[in-house]
Design a protein around this ligand. Structure first.
Ligand SMILES: Nc1ncnc2c1ncn2[C@@H]1O[C@H](COP(=O)(O)OP(=O)(O)OP(=O)(O)O)[C@@H](O)[C@H]1O
Ligand SMILES: [Mg+2]
Length: 620
C-alpha cells in the first residue's frame, strides 16, 4: 500500500530556512493554537514533539518539531485583549529524522536531499509514522518475514505499534541506558517476555544483581549465588575457587612485596602437586616423592633444591604450573605458604627462615579469614554446585532462560564485581573454543552494568582489570555471544564497550555528561535528538542503531503484571503517613450542642526523644 504523505488537508506550514541540522518553518497559526480535527481526530502537527513530513522532490522527509515560538515583535501581542483577536505567525524548528522514497515507499536512513525554501510541511499521519516504524522490521532479503518483537508503540496520539527485528536488536550487542526509574529493567523484562513468546531461540543468561527478576524467570531455572538461605525453587551455586587465577588472588589478598613472592611460590607448588597427580607424570612424581610426603602440599625444608628444580623447570611441568587456569587446592594455601618460608642453605638444601614466616603472618590470617567468612562462602565455601557446571548444563538442555540471582552476594571486598567478572571470563573462554557455535546463539543480559564495568582490583603495585565483559563486547559477537547491558551511568562504561553496541535503547537521561557519551557513541543521535532525552516519560525510549533507519522515540509497553521486575521503590505515602490520633469519645455528651462532624486530628511531629516503635521504622 502506497502512503500519501502530502495530503493538502494536512498542510501545516512552509519552509523558510534550511540548515544541515535543522529546518525552520512558518506554521499555520490556527493549527498551532487550537489544533484541527480531521476525520474526527485531532490533527497534530504544531506542537513540540509532533511528527511532520516535508515535500522534497522524490522524497518525503520525516521530521520532528523541536521548538515553537513567535517572532520577537509578536511576542507581547499574544496576550488576549478585549476586542482584539491576536493574529500570530508562529515559527517552528524541525529536526529531520529520515526519508521515504515516494513511489516506492522505501525508508532511507539519512537525508538524501534537503527541502527547498517554500516547500510545504504536512502533519505526519499515523499511517506514515507507522510506515517509518515498520521499517524497523523490514523483510529479509530472501523475502522471509524475520522474527520480530513487539516492544512498544509510537506516542503519536494513535499508538502506532512498533515491532523490531530480534536479530537487529541482539546480533550486535544492545545497551539499554537511562537514569534511575527510566524503565530499563521493565524494558529488559519486555524483551525477555517477547523472546520467550516467539519462536526465537537464543539461550538467554540473565545476570540479576538485585533479585528483581524472580517473577520474570518463573518456570525457568534460577541459580542462587549468595551466602544466606536459598530462595524457594532456586538452585544454590558457588564459583569454585579453582577458577580464580593468580592475578585474582594477588588483587583479593593484596600481599606486600615479600608476601607476594611466597604467595606466588605457594600457588605454583600447589599446582605442581595437582599436575604430578595426573596420569603421565609418574616419573616426576617418583623423583619428588620425599617432597610430596605430606598430604596435598610440597615440603621444602631440608630437601635438595636441585632435585626440586629439575622437575619444576622441565618444559611440560613448567607450562602447566605457570598456566593460570591450572587449578590448585586453595584449602592447602596457608600450609604451603608456611612451607615456602625457607632460605637457601650452603649445602644445596633449604633451611627454615623464621623471619619470612613472621612477614607472612598477616597474609596467613587474611587467607584464614576468607576461608571462614560467610560473605566469601560463594567462592571459598563448599556449599552448592559449581555455577559453571550449571551453565554448561543449561547450554546443552532445552531451557531458554537461565537466571543467576546475585541479590544476596555481599557488597564487601568487591565480591560482586569479582564474581560477575569470573562468570564473564568463563563464558568468554567457552565461546572462544567455539563450544557454543555448534549450538545456538547466547544472549547475556546484565542489568546494573555500571557496577561491573570499568573496574579494577588491586593498587598501584598490582592492578588487575575486571574486563571480561569488555572483551566479550569486542569479540563475543563472532562466537555468537551477545550482550544486553543496562546501565544508569553511560559515562561509567568504557568507550570501547559502548562503541561496540549495535543498538542503543535510550530512556530518560538527565545528566549532561551521560547524554554526551551517548551522542559520541552513536552517530545518529545528534544534539537535536538528545534534547528530548531529559523529558522522556517512564518507559519512553529512543531506539538508535545502525539497523534502525530513523532515531524514533517509542513508548515501551510493560509486560503483563506477573512478568514485571519488582523494582518499585519504598512507598513513601504508606510509610511516612502522619499518625491519626482519634480524640477519646467522651463518656456522655455534656450538652446537646451542634458540633461540626468529627475530623481526625493529625498529631504534630513528635518532639520526644523516645525512639520510634517498630511500626514507624522505614525499612531501608
Ligand atoms: N514501559 C513502561 N511503561 C509504563 N511505566 C513504566 C515503564 N517502564 C517503567 N515504568 C515505570 O517506572 C518504574 C521504574 O521502572 P524500572 O524499574 O524499569 O526503571 P529502571 O530504569 O530499571 O530503574 P533503576 O535504574 O533504578 O533500576 C516502574 O516501576 C514503572 O512504574
Ligand atoms: Mg532497573
Amino acid at each position: 500500500m502506497k502512503t500519501a504523505p502530502f495530503d493538502p488537508e494536512h498542510r501545516i506550514g512552509t519552509v523558510t530556512q534550511v540548515l544541515p541540522d535543522a529546518v525552520f518553518v512558518n506554521l499555520d497559526a490556527v493549527t498551532q493554537r487550537t489544533g484541527r480535527l480531521l476525520s474526527g481526530r485531532p490533527l497534530r502537527g504544531g506542537q513540540v514533539g509532533d511528527f511532520v513530513v516535508l515535500d522534497c522532490d522524490s522524497h518525503a522527509l520525516l521530521g520532528r518539531i523541536l521548538e515553537v515560538k513567535l517572532p520577537e515583535k509578536e511576542r507581547l501581542d499574544i496576550e488576549q485583549q478585549l476586542g482584539h483577536t491576536p493574529d500570530p505567525h508562529p515559527l517552528a524548528k524541525l529536526h529531520l529524522l529520515g526519508a521515504l522514497q515516494t513511489g516506492t515507499d522505501k525508508v532511507i536512513s539519512g537525508i538524501p536531499n534537503y527541502p527547498a525554501l517554500g516547500a510545504s510541511v504536512f502533519a505526519a499521519g499515523a499511517d506514515l509514522v507507522s510506515h517509518f516504524a515498520s521499517s524497523f522490521s523490514l523483510k529479509n532479503e530472501d523475502g522471509a518475514k524475520p522474527v520480530t518483537l513487539r516492544i512498544g508503540h509510537v506516542r503519536d496520539g494513535v499508538g502506532t505499534p512498533v515491532e523490531i527485528r530480534a536479530d537487529h536488536l541482539f546480533a550486535r550487542h544492545c545497551a539499554i541506558l537511562g537514569a534511575t526509574g527510566g524503565g530499563k529493567s521493565t524494558t529488559i523484562a519486555r524483551l525477555l517476555e517477547q523472546c520467550l513468546a516467539s519462536n526465537l531461540f537464543p539461550k538467554i543468561i540473565l545476570i540479576d544483581p538485585t533479585g528483581e527478576y524472580a517473577a520474570v524467570a518463573k518456570g525457568h531455572p534460577s541459580l542462587f549465588l549468595g551466602s544466606t538461605a536459598t530462595p524457594l525453587g532456586e538452585t544454590r551455586v558457588r564459583i569454585p575457587c579453582e577458577h580464580l587465577q593468580d592475578g585474582d588472588y594477588l588483587s583479593i589478598l593484596a600481599p606486600s612485596p615479600t608476601q607476594r613472592v611466597r604467595l606466588n611460590d605457594a600457588i605454583h607448588s600447589l599446582r605442581m602437586v595437582e599436575v604430578l597427580s595426573r596420569q603421565g607424570f609418574e616419573t616426576e612424581r617418583a623423583q619428588l616423592a620425599t617432597f610430596l610426603a605430606a598430604d596435598g602440599v610440597i615440603t621444602k625444608n631440608g630437601k635438595t633444591r636441585s632435585t626440586f628444580y629439575s622437575v619444576r623447570t622441565s618444559a611440560v611441568v613448567a607450562d602447566l604450573v605457570e598456566n593460570p587456569t591450572t587449578p590448585f587446592a586453595f584449602r592447602h594455601l596457608t600450609t604451603q605458604i608456611m612451607n615456602e618460608c625457607v632460605a637457601d642453605d650452603n649445602n644445596g638444601t633449604w633451611r627454615p627462615y623464621a623471619q619470612a614466616l613472621e612477614w607472612c603472618q598477616p597474609l596467613l590470617s587474611k587467607i584464614n579469614a576468607l576461608r571462614v567468612s560467610a560473605a566469601w562462602s560463594p567462592i571459598f565455601g563448599d556449599d552448592g554446585a559449581s555455577v559453571f557446571t550449571e551453565i554448561e548444563k543449561f547450554l546443552n538442555n532445552g531451557e531458554r532462560l537461565l537466571r543467576i540471582n546475585l541479590a544476596d552476594l555481599s557488597f564487601d571486598f568487591r565480591l560482586r564485581e569479582i564474581a560477575v567478572n569470573l562468570i564473564g571470563r568463563w563464558l568468554r573462554e567457552h565461546v572462544r573454543d567455539y563450544k557454543l557455535k555448534a549450538d545456538r546463539p547466547v544472549v547475556v543480559v546484565l542489568d546494573e552494568a555500571h557496577n561491573f564495568l570499568n573496574r579494577h582490583l588491586g593498587d598501584e603495585d598490582f592492578k588487575q582489570p575486571l574486563d571480561a565483559f569488555e572483551k566479550i563486547a569486542k569479540e563475543g559477537r563472532k562466537f555468537w555471544l551477545n550482550l544486553v547491558l543496562a546501565t544508569q551511568q553511560p559515562r561509567d562504561i568504557p568507550p570501547g564497550i559502548l562503541s561496540q553496541m549495535g543498538t542503543l535503547v535510550v530512556h530518560r537521561l538527565i545528566n549532561e555528561a551521560d547524554r554526551k557519551v551517548v551522542e559520541m557513541a552513536c552517530g545518529q543521535l545528534d544534539a537535536a535528538a538528545a534534547k528530548f532525552l531529559p523529558s522522556l516519560g517512564p518507559g519512553e525510549a529512543a531506539i538508535i542503531g545502525v539497523d534502525f533507519p530513523i532515531p524514533l522515540t517509542i513508548q515501551i509497553e510493560q509486560p503483563p503484571k506477573d512478568f514485571r521486575p519488582t523494582s518499585a521503590g519504598p512507598q513513601f505515602t504508606k510509610w511516612l503517613q502522619p499518625k491519626v490520633v482519634r480524640t477519646p469519645t467522651p463518656a456522655a455528651p455534656a450538652a446537646k450542642v451542634a458540633t461540626p462532624s468529627p475530623k481526625p486530628v493529625i498529631a504534630p511531629p513528635a518532639k520526644s526523644n523516645v525512639p520510634p516503635t517498630d511500626d514507624d521504622d522505614i525499612p531501608f
